[in-house]
Design a protein around this ligand. Structure first.
Ligand SMILES: NC(=O)c1ccc[n+]([C@@H]2O[C@H](COP(=O)([O-])OP(=O)(O)OC[C@H]3O[C@@H](n4cnc5c(N)ncnc54)[C@H](OP(=O)(O)O)[C@@H]3O)[C@@H](O)[C@H]2O)c1
Length: 344
């Protein structure tokens, strides 16, 4: 069994890791941290996990204890993995970070967007951006993974085939995205209250959101040139889910767009290119590690519209993190990730 630890086990991505790993045939969770719930049994806080982790109790983060694991997931706010990852790597423990700490290659850009100096710039050289559909072979060799953000996953998967084929205008790409409220984490915040978030919808970060530089970095890598992206996220009254509507202008004959996407993602276990004319729903990916895509070309004009849906907590975070773990340890890629979505 691969022994893993989770730092930040009481948050939404932490408990989603626990849910997924409960059915993983080759992983045992040895340590799980929470400063506020140290001493509480996992099954007491999360009764859905009763019968799976009956011996497991939250504890304070302790690098020495965590270093006995083969791999440690960080399901924590930014800055926490900066402080602990180096010590764990030195002791031979691999690190899979769900936060933004190692996603941007440029530490100055990270400091600009996160409002504090980068805490571990010396590790950036070896951090691998864990989008398996792009970096599968590098992930297999990695010691330190930066799991992509939720919006960045939905947007990049929807645009990669077009950028790699060089058929769209790279100067003006638009990502109009909607997220459920778990995207903001479990901490109590007024905008997440039922009376604030339900029966309403609003944009936020329209002038610049922290995921913008991350998405631009990935899209520019795919295109080979800088990509001009307008990214506007919205908060919607659902618990889980991201819906990205992506707009781009065709500048070259793409041939059969549907076939382009089907070819690009052929053999990818976690990307589903839906039949022509489809409109994927967020509920069709709820709880599942899958991105569903549909491609449209309204009126056969020069605008291509891609619809991309994921569960922010699964393909947008914890499921993708487990996929990375499977690759790093030479396991079946789909281990622990085979459950279909929950409908209705
Ligand atoms: N929610 C999503 O949809 C989503 C998607 C993709 C990526 N992410 C990223 O994943 C990370 C976790 O997100 P989340 O939504 O699960 O957050 P969350 O619900 O707010 O949970 C944060 C967890 O981190 C722990 N924590 C907070 N400060 C800590 C510190 N200084 N040292 C150690 N532990 C600390 C908390 O427990 P204690 O305070 O009790 O220690 C809690 O268990 C974030 O970086 C987020 O940006 C989230």
């Amino acid at each position: 069994m691969i022994k893993v630890g989770i730092v930040g086990g009481t948050g939404y991505t932490g408990v989603e890791l626990l849910r997924l790993l409960a059915c993983h045939p080759h992983v045992s969770v040895e340590a799980i941290t929470s400063r506020s719930e140290a001493g509480t049994a996992v099954s007491e806080l999360y009764p859905n996990l009763r019968g799976h982790y009956d011996e497991l109790t939250f504890s304070d983060p302790d690098a020495e204890r965590l270093s006995h694991c083969d791999a440690v997931f960080f399901a924590t706010p930014h800055g926490v993995a900066h402080a602990l990852a180096g010590e764990l790597l030195d002791k031979g423990t691999r690190v899979i970070d769900l936060s933004a700490d190692f996603r941007l290659r440029d530490s100055d850009e990270w400091a600009h967007w996160y409002g504090q100096p980068h805490g571990a710039p010396e590790l950036l050289g070896e951090a691998i951006y864990g989008l398996p559909e792009v970096s599968r072979e590098r992930i297999r060799q990695a010691r330190l993974i930066a799991v992509p953000g939720c919006y960045p996953t939905a947007v990049q998967l929807g645009l990669l085939p077009l950028l790699e084929a060089g058929v769209i205008d790279t100067e003006r790409v638009i990502a109009d995205c909607k997220s459920g409220v778990t995207g903001a984490g479990r901490g109590a915040k007024v905008p997440s209250l039922l009376a604030e978030a339900s029966e309403s919808m609003k944009a936020y970060g329209a002038s610049g959101h922290r995921h913008l530089p991350e998405i631009r970095q990935g899209l520019s890598d795919a295109a080979g040139v800088p990509v001009g992206l307008t990214f506007v996220p919205h908060l919607t009254p659902m618990i889980r889910g991201i819906h990205a509507t992506l707009y781009a202008r065709l500048i070259a004959d793409p041939g059969d767009l549907q076939a382009l996407f089907e070819r690009r993602f052929a053999g990818e276990p976690f990307v589903d290119v839906m039949p022509p004319g489809s409109h994927p729903e967020t509920r069709s990916v709820k709880g599942a590690n899958v991105c569903r895509l549909a491609i449209h070309r309204p009126g056969d004009g020069d605008t291509v519209v891609v619809l991309s849906v994921i569960d922010n907590l699964v393909k947008g975070a914890s499921g993708q993190a487990v996929h990375n773990l499977n690759l790093m340890f030479g396991l079946d890629e789909q281990a622990g990730l085979e459950a279909p979505a929950i409908m209705p």
